[in-house]
Design a protein around this ligand. Sequence first.
Ligand SMILES: Nc1nc2c(ncn2[C@@H]2O[C@H](COP(=O)(O)OP(=O)(O)OP(=O)(O)O)[C@@H](O)[C@H]2O)c(=O)[nH]1
Ligand SMILES: [Mg+2]
Length: 439
Amino acid sequence: MSATDTVFALASGAGRGAIAVMRLSGAETGAIVARLAGGLPRARHASLRPLRDPADGEVLDEALVLWFPGPASYTGEDSAELHLHGGPAVMTAVGGALAALGARPAEPGEFTRRAFLNGRMDLTAAEGVADLIDAETEAQRRQALRQADGALARLYGAWADRLTRLLAHQEAAIEFAEDDLPTDLGDRARDGAAALRAEIAAHLADGGRGERLREGLLVAILGAPNAGKSSLLNALAGREAAIVSARAGTTRDVVEVRLALVGVPVTLADTAGLREAADEIEQEGIRRARRRAEEADLVLAVFAADVAPDPETLAWVRPGALVLANKVDLAAAPAVIGGVAPLAISARTGQGLDALRAHLAAAATRLAGAGDAALLTRPRHRAALTEAVAWLAEAEAASLPELVSETLRAALRSLGRLTGRIGVEDILDVVFRDFCIGK
Ligand SMILES: Nc1nc2c(ncn2[C@@H]2O[C@H](COP(=O)(O)OP(=O)(O)OP(=O)(O)O)[C@@H](O)[C@H]2O)c(=O)[nH]1
Ligand SMILES: [Mg+2]
């Protein structure tokens, strides 16, 4: 199986639909489409054609055929799209004909992989394409689209270019020490490394917002039995997702609902009421409640306004938690709970829920952003950039020119892994472009 095979795949979802898009890419695309559609249409123009079985000439479907000659195509190769009628039998028949004409079914992600291999996009943009397909909310869509469009590729590419130049200067200073080159090249490389390190460090100090937006936020509802946690979950979700009853200890397991808050995906987790439980199942439920709260980006600590605050929940009143006094239809909310002024709500009457939603929306924006900044979105990005920063710090501290060179090269490799670009040739290019060494 080679990367130069001509491949095909259904680009639209499986199942019945008005239209199904079959996509092809590879060197044989033109020949295969010409056989199937009785000639190639004009490049990048839609053309309605009968598709014929190569074996017996039977018409398989009337399709809109699009021909995208490489290299100005998504994959960089000759490619085509067949817009078929979206029935399973049509897709099977056309797939069979494509296979008979020498194409093979594509692997998952193979079109985008080819686009990367052919230099049409870097790794971060390819990840953006995957995220765009998975995006559930507005803010996620915005973030993924920016990344697919190359926002991170441009940022990291520009850093890699600067680093390549620094390295080239440093190497030139070593190699051609006797020649007629500026004498402060070494200092310039070190200063440049310091400036670049500060920029990358600032990019890393984003509070993990891009990663959180990609993953979604976890909000855990915690409180004593009967405080009204499940009632609150249902009120926020707008449906009866969790069982509510007057019996303390109703919820035994974690009950989760997915919501979108200001375009940020949020998993809201209702948990078992915290107390000294004798029952083994309830104990396990409480263990799970605590674990979920520890993982959460935000904890909603729920107290019932008509009973004294319980010590178990009070222990969770800490920075990052939102303190709620529920059941304010039964009793006035205390002025402070655990040193914090609680938000007064009633899951039953709906009082205070708009204010709570506003608080949650503000927290979501603060923790995850709105997807309109070029933020790193994956642990992989963070790891590579952290590594680059460490190498740059070493470059600044190094006294031997060869060591500066070596550490700059290591920093460049970290950035290169991030974007999937950068080889030694890039450095040679800069050396020979910036300095007219020899002829
Ligand atoms: N009056 C009033 N009753 C409420 C309110 N919220 C919940 N309740 C009632 O309080 C009781 C307990 O509610 P749940 O939502 O099951 O409480 P919980 O915190 O999930 O309880 P556990 O699952 O046992 O931990 C039920 O009878 C609810 O109807 C409220 O705002 N006002
Ligand atoms: Mg409950």
